[in-house]
Design a protein around this ligand. Structure first.
Ligand code: SF4
Length: 92
């Protein structure tokens, strides 16, 4: 994929990034590139050239519920969701 075109913030491709009311971050050290998040939320996540999940500029159109399902689906719990206040949503 062309990182510059599709990634929401190319300075922080894996976040933390605000999507709607939620702040999303992928822990790149934990991410093993399993791609479950990409399968569940293809508007939000894609794998970069290192096989790590990055957050796309189409993420804003996704539902919070889908973000949560993607985070829950990650086999290594690499997707961290927080409220704007900093309170953790997932993992708890
Ligand atoms: S599901 Fe988890 S391990 Fe797999 S690509 Fe997404 S963040 Fe990485």
């Amino acid at each position: 994929m062309n990182m510059n075109e599709n990634v929401k913030d190319k300075n922080r491709p894996s976040g933390p990034i605000k999507i709607g009311e939620v702040i999303v971050e992928v822990d790149r050290d934990l991410c093993i590139g399993a791609g479950t998040c990409v399968a569940l939320a293809p508007r939000v996540f894609a794998l970069d050239q290192d096989g790590k999940s990055v957050i796309l500029d189409t993420a804003d159109s996704e539902l919070e519920q889908t973000l949560l399902e993607a985070a829950r689906s990650c086999p290594v719990a690499a997707i961290i969701l927080k409220k704007k206040s900093g309170e953790k949503i997932f993992p708890q």
